[in-house]
Design a protein around this ligand. Sequence first.
Ligand SMILES: CC(C)(COP(=O)(O)OP(=O)(O)OC[C@H]1O[C@@H](n2cnc3c(N)ncnc32)[C@H](O)[C@@H]1OP(=O)(O)O)[C@@H](O)C(=O)NCCC(=O)NCCS
Length: 194
Amino acid sequence: MTPRRPLPSVPGMTQVPQLRDGEVLLRAHAEADLDAVWEQCQDPEMQRFTTIPVPYARDQAAGFLDRVRAGWADDSTASWAIEVAGRFAGTVDLRFGEGWASVGYGLHPWARGRGVMTTAVGLALDWAFTERGVAGVRWEALVGNEPSRRVAKKCGFTMEGTARGMSVARGVRYDAWLGSLLAEEWRARAPSAG
Ligand SMILES: CC(C)(COP(=O)(O)OP(=O)(O)OC[C@H]1O[C@@H](n2cnc3c(N)ncnc32)[C@H](O)[C@@H]1OP(=O)(O)O)[C@@H](O)C(=O)NCCC(=O)NCCS
């Protein structure tokens, strides 16, 4: 297993790794992202397909940025701001546990529909497999989230099926699609990695 490299300390998240593929940059979140995070969370698709609070107030965006910092600090979650052309475009994160990670993502509506999330998830996966040495990554979405499933499939996830009633959002239970991607599958797709 790949040895784990040191992860960043807080405050400031200055050591959050920056990852780039073309126009898509993954970087640490900043206080300056707060308005865009709030704006993104007003979007009906975000409210339908993620577990964010509804209504979503500015305080919640501030709390989100605090949790992002805490996730890096306690090594439980790696979250990046996605930036395209100098503009905040969304978030991708990896939650770690038992040698695996679980991926989550959301994009501001202005940046959707042109492959940005597929590129961003690819960067995060590459980091998870090569730098963190995870054995696999899990993807989960509420049933019906076709754009999310499409992103996962384009990144190489195998669809495992539907887990009935597995997801809970705002107190309501939903069926969930599940997918997984193993380290060896990722290496076979990207032979330069690891
Ligand atoms: C899911 C999400 C991140 C996708 O981001 P994106 O940058 O637009 O994704 P991409 O452009 O890389 O790919 C989207 C794919 O979904 C497809 N798609 C979009 N709407 C679709 C629909 N209603 N049905 C089927 N496919 C759809 C697009 O055509 C594209 O596939 P293609 O490249 O083969 O044409 C974005 O829609 C989002 O933020 N949604 C709200 C939050 C969310 O659902 N997060 C995921 C929770 S699991």
